[in-house]
Each structure stands twice: as structure tokens, then as C-alpha cells.
Design a protein around this ligand. Sequence first.
Ligand code: C2E
Ligand code: MG
Ligand code: MG
Length: 398
Amino acid sequence: MVHEAVVGSAPTLLVVDDEVVQRLIVCRAAEKLGYAPDGVATLEEAIDWLKTRNPAIVVLDLSLRDRDGIELLRDIATLGRDPIIIFLSGFDERIRETAARLAVALGLRVAGTLGKPLQLELLLTMIGEAPRIVPRAAKGAIRSLTPLMLDEALERGEVQCLFQPKFNLVGRRIVGFEALARWHSPAMGIIGPEMFIPLAERHGLIDRITLHVLNQSLTQLRRWQACDPRLDMSVNLSPVSLGDLSLPERIDDILRQHGVAPSSLVLEVTEGAVMADYISAADILTRLRIHGVGISVDDFGTGHSSLLSLLRLPFGELKIDQSFVRGLINDPEAAKIVKAVLSLAASMDLKVVAEGIENEAICHRLTELGAGIGQGYLFAPPLGTAAVDAMLGASVKV
Ligand code: C2E
Ligand code: MG
Ligand code: MG
């Protein structure tokens, strides 16, 4: 096995590349940033390596002699490893971005993609920023989640919201927040929504989660509006809830209990959710809209819905999916999609929120293209209430 190994207590970085010079360059960059790097040349070596170790970062070449790096992504996921992936490849941007999307679909975290010849500065930035991509509880432990565990967690108040600020891109003013659920399990650590929301949906627990999230987020919004009454709160709605015709009345009640105006609440639904039962979704969303609640299409562009049916619904906002936002600078296809969404939204008088803004270059390009609002790690990750209080300043009553 070809090992440029230094193994110590530092976090490990594995580079999988059949070119020895590339491996050495990456290893040296990783060492500079305090990682213990190791390099392998083939897929088989990489799999053997990963069987016994869980690296913090994997730098992966997409073409490994007669094999391709994509195969390794599946192995990383099946082995329950949780590294941050950086793609490194001589293929064009489009192929690298497709690989990155595939990795995300497999539940892996991706820091970015790099072409060859390697731009060392970019590699250093990606490795340097990787720790900000927050790890979740070990996937192995999460696989054994049961509805009873979630039921008890809800009872004990372990499901809590974080709030990610939404910013006006030009003035960098906070215009609102998105409530994002987390399960703080004393035994397993922080469990992300992608693990427990589907479980809740399958076992009739999603209404309790939605209610809980609405109560927590509107309680906080009421306080934060003392600082700026224009602030709003976005809450994600499960597709399952769009089958419940009493939802608009129940939301009205909750808004009344909290003394929050309907126009301060935005409910986010995905395209797929709407298309699953179009008639029921159209009924519920239209009534919510009539009552004054804002409706947003989340992850816009990732579904396969008929644009026409979608745009006939009473949406006031489109959230451009982060996969397109991330590709805005380097992936010409993603850039075309972002432009098309912005011009569609302008012609239909819809607000646009760009999600997943991770750097200034993307933010700058979005403003050039006329996007108004955005959220992303560049501005702030999802935050606890104390951190939001601090951001909003002294006018918030604790
Ligand atoms: P979403 O509604 O599209 O939320 C945006 C996701 O992007 C969040 O992931 C957020 O933490 C993440 N994010 C924000 N900024 C950045 C960035 O700059 N870069 C990257 N890479 N990611 C960023 P999170 O919190 O893991 O939520 C995942 C999904 O789970 C959400 O996607 C939403 O569909 C669902 N979800 C979260 N909370 C709830 C909830 O209370 N109810 C329901 N039904 N679904 C929820
Ligand atoms: Mg959302
Ligand atoms: Mg989204």
C-alpha cells in the first residue's frame, strides 16, 4: 500500500488519487493545517483503509485508473463513515458538480470540488473551512431509531429549534429566520432532521413536531419583533400535513395564541409535497394564503413537478435550492438555472430566497443577478436563541 502516512491524534485526512505527486501536494497542504494525512492510490486500498478508520476529510479523485471514485462514495456511506468530501478531478466542472450532488444525495457532506491542475489556495480554503460543516451523531447509532424513542424525546423536550437568519443581501440586514429542528439526544448526540422527520412522518408523530416547532419559533419571533417588527419566521411543513384539511384553522389558532400576525409566518413546502395530493394541497395552501400566511416553495428546482401546476398555487416565495446556489460560480448549468429562477420570479412577482450561500463570491454574483434575500453559512449557521439575541442586540428582552 502506498502510504504517505503520519498518524497521530490530529484529525485524519485521506487522499485517494492514483497520481503520486497529487497525493503528496494534498498531504502537505493537510499537514500545514494540522491534519494527519494519508494517501492511497486505488479504490481497493481506500476501502481497506476506511474499514478501520473514520477520516475527518476525504479528498477524492474521480478517475482512478480503470475505476471511478463514485464507487467509493457508496462504500463510504455503507461503512457508516462520515467524512467531509473534497472532489479533485481533471473532468470538467459539470461532472464534478454532478458527483458532488450524488454524494449529498447519499447523505455525505461535501466541502467542494477542485479541478486539475490543482489550485492550492482553494484546497487550503476548503480544508480550512471543513470543520465549520457540523458533524452529526454517528449514522450507525441513528439507524436504530424507533418511533417510541422519538415519542419519549418529544415528551422530554429534546426536540429543539435552531434559527438560521435570512439576510437582505445588499444591506446585510436580518429580515427573518428559518426554524430548523434538532433532536438533542443525551445518548446519541445531535440528530439532524433528515434522520427523524421521515420517522415522524411514517409513525404519525409529525403533527406533534410541527406544533412544537411552531410554538417555539413563534414564542421567539414575538420577542425578536420587539427589536424589528418586520422580522418573519419560516417553518418547514411536512408533505403529510398537506393532507390535513383542518391545518389552516389550527395555524390560525396558534398565531392568535402567540399574538403574531399571519403575515409574519412563512410556511415552506417542497414541490414533491404539493404534487403528492394536488387538490388537498391547493385547498390548504389557498386558505392559508387567504388568512394572510406566506407560502414558500422550498428546494425549488429539485422536484419534477409541472411548473405550470406549481405556479398556479398561491406561492409568494421561491427558495432556490442550495445545490444551484453552490454551483453558481463554477457550474455553468447551475448558474443558468439560478438566472432562470430569478427571471421567472421577477415576472410573477415572487420573492426569492437563495439558500446555502457559503462565500462572498456567490453572494456577490447573486446580488449582480438581482437576488434579494439569502441565508447560508457566510452570514450565519442555524443558531440557538441566545446567539440570535446577541446578534439582534440589546433591544431583545430575555
Ligand atoms: P431546508 O428547509 O432546505 O433547510 C435548509 C438546510 O440547509 C438546513 O439543513 C440548513 O442547516 C442547511 N444550510 C443552511 N445554510 C447552509 C449553507 O450555507 N451550506 C450548507 N451546506 N447547508 C446550509 P437542516 O437543518 O439539516 O435541515 C434539513 C432539512 O430538514 C430542511 O431543509 C427541511 O426540509 C427539513 N427540516 C428541518 N426542520 C424541520 C421541521 O421542523 N419540520 C419539517 N417538516 N422539516 C424540517
Ligand atoms: Mg426550508
Ligand atoms: Mg431548502
